[in-house]
Design a protein around this ligand. Structure first.
Ligand code: CA
Length: 615
């Protein structure tokens, strides 16, 4: 610590000295973002944010074949310049000399434009995938050297402190994830959160272009994505455009007062997510929702500022092009400016046609999530958001699978799915039993897996893109009432010296292995099931019978799922389900490998399920 402070002091003195010298000779450029760009992008426009003392007073000249200045925009703060360049398709990779001059002072900044290495573009994700959501601080600590930095020291006893997990830890357990049957990894944000007290969750970004050093370097992130691809999986990066961390470097010297909403003064958002589409919403409540700050430590970014809007869009393109990610999950979706979001989705998919973005559309009702999905007829404007989150189904699942009534609860799930006409594309919704912000689906002290198995079977066979939260497969528990930290416990075995290692079957209890093996069986089978990943859904009303039957049909592939929520064994006549059974006579049970005769009635155990490949 002593060495660090001494180092800081030296830096400060050096900076002061440099500033004094600079005032009489050369100009100082403290930051340039993005640090580089690429030639051959479909969008020839590039914005470069230049930050340095009085750089805003400088004029700019550029002499580079194929590159011309579109605009040099100043803001009310003389320490910023927003340089807009047009990079033609004929421009070659190299260093663009940006020549700044103000009076007798001048300087040249050589700006790199590189060759593209990712022209094939991202893979995107869809219903053929299953996402595995990881809280990077809590999964595995692969590098103890990066644990303690600045004020945020690792303390695994404190659920709200940093625990030391990192990219290296995730990298070392990719075989575990692949073996389970996952196709896509989604990490909670990994960009720098240099906040007092820790901010282990990642949602208070203090540098949009830099990995948090406690997780690793940009290069390590690049390598992680490369490893994921080499194992045949994909990567979804979490992004946060609604707010930044209050310790973001620009908060000390904002480009303009309107960079942050509410004139850079803390006003709490009312979290009134529905006000966006509520035709009766009070205008003031609506404004307070989108312009209020998420928390005091998370100032609200004003995406109506054109420089900031372009900055954020480019930031996402930069990460796609740099790290080769396949998708983005965007935080607090409804809290942002609609037009900005629509422009963002459109521009990203123009550059990378197969890319997919999922927005955190947190609503109790499916109509509101549907309002946000691309091509919705519920709003006159198009969001261009391919995947919204189906929270409505999550809440109904949680309440339903917890329900103690004998026969009724599957009707609620059926009825929610029956509202799918409201969605432009229900097959592209993200579906989940829980995530990092909700009580975990697994309950403490459950002695059998009936509820778990039924929940998983439903999640992995109904329409949509399933997402699992890390640790679900080993029955990790935690409730919202215990605090967010309890939802994001350390994965056992991820830390050197851990008493148990749930990454290996030897380290798991019998019931954990039962859950794990069941999950693996379904996930591995799902990957190759055209019916479940691409098929149409046809379902039948349970009619208070406690039995929900549905089929997924793609060409001559059919999967039939039978869920029995009743406490008693039930026998079901098959003739009612002729739409899905067709000419098939047998069902091969994916879980038990047994064969079921569909020409007769079928008996299904209490709280049991069949997932049948028809033949
Ligand atoms: Ca670490």
């Amino acid at each position: 610590m002593y060495i660090l402070s001494k180092y800081r002091l030296t830096l400060l003195l050096f900076a002061l000295f440099f500033l004094c010298v600079a005032s009489v000779s050369a100009m100082t450029i403290s930051r340039v973002e993005p640090e580089n760009w690429w030639v051959g992008m479909k969008n020839p426009q590039l914005q470069i944010m230049v930050y340095g003392p009085d750089i805003g007073k400088a004029s700019l000249t550029v002499n580079y074949p194929g590159v011309k200045i579109t605009e040099v925009a100043k803001t009310e703060n003389p320490n910023y310049l927003f340089v807009y360049l047009t990079i033609s398709s004929t421009a070659k990779a190299g260093l663009i000399p940006l020549h700044f001059k103000a009076g007798s002072q001048e300087t040249t900044y050589n700006y790199p434009i590189k060759s593209r290495s990712y022209e094939a573009g991202a893979m995107g994700f869809n219903a053929s995938d299953v996402l595995y959501l990881i809280t990077p601080d809590r999964f595995a600590n692969g590098d103890i050297k990066n644990d303690n930095m600045d004020d945020a020291t690792v303390n695994r006893k404190n659920p709200n402190a940093r625990h030391g997990g990192d990219l290296e830890g995730i990298s070392r357990h990719l075989d575990y994830i692949k073996d389970l049957g996952i196709t896509t990894v989604w990490l909670n944000p990994t960009q720098e959160n240099n906040m007092k007290g820790g901010s282990y969750h990642g949602y208070a970004i203090t540098d949009f272009y830099k990995m948090d050093p406690r997780f690793g370097t940009n290069q390590e992130f690049y390598s992680l994505v490369k490893n994921i691809h080499q194992k045949g999986m994909k990567m979804v990066m979490d992004m946060v455009f609604n707010h930044c961390g209050s310790n973001h470097w620009w908060m000390k010297d904002l480009p303009s007062q309107d960079w942050i909403n509410d004139s850079n003064k803390f006003v709490q958002t009312n979290h009134s997510t529905v006000s966006v589409m509520d035709i009766h919403a009070s205008p003031s409540e609506k404004k307070k929702f989108t312009d209020g700050w998420f928390t005091r430590g998370m100032p609200d970014l004003n995406q109506r500022n054109r420089h900031l809007a372009t900055y954020l869009i480019q930031n996402s393109v930069w990460w796609i092009e740099f790290a080769h990610i396949d998708g983005i999950r965007q935080d607090t979706y409804s809290y942002m400016d609609f037009d900005f979001l629509a422009r963002w989705c459109k521009e990203v998919r123009t550059e990378y046609p197969d890319f997919n973005i999922v927005g955190e559309t947190w609503y109790n009702k499916s109509a509101s999530s549907a309002w946000w999905q691309e091509n919705s007829v519920l709003d006159s404007k198009n969001s261009h958001l391919k995947t919204s989150m189906d929270f409505s189904l999550t809440f109904i699942n949680q309440a339903s699978f917890d329900s103690k009534t004998d026969n009724g609860y599957l009707d609620n799930i059926f009825e929610d799915i029956a509202q799918d006409f409201i969605y432009p594309d229900p097959y592209n919704l993200l579906i989940f039993l829980d995530n990092h912000d909700m009580s975990r689906f697994n309950h403490e002290g459950e002695t059998d897996l009936k509820r778990y198995k039924q929940g998983l079977a439903f999640l992995l066979t109904t329409r949509g893109i399933p997402q699992l939260f890390y640790g679900t497969e080993i029955l990790m528990t935690g409730t919202k009432e215990e605090g967010d930290g309890a939802l994001r416990k350390d994965f056992p075995g991820g830390w050197p010296g851990d008493q148990t290692d749930a990454f290996s079957s030897n380290g798991r209890t019998a019931i954990q292995n039962e859950a794990w093996n069941y999950t693996q069986k379904l996930l591995q089978w799902r990957k190759n099931s055209a019916a479940v990943t691409q098929g149409k859904l046809i379902h039948y009303a349970p009619n208070k019978s406690g039995v929900y039957v549905y089929g997924r049909i793609k060409d001559n592939h059919t999967v039939m799922v039978i869920l029995n929520s009743a406490l008693k064994e039930q026998t079901v006549q098959m003739d009612r389900f002729s739409d899905i059974i067709g000419k098939n006579t047998k069902g091969h049970d994916v879980i038990t490998s047994s064969t079921i005769d569909l020409t007769k009635s079928v008996t299904i155990p209490s709280k049991g399920e069949y997932v049948l490949d028809l033949e």
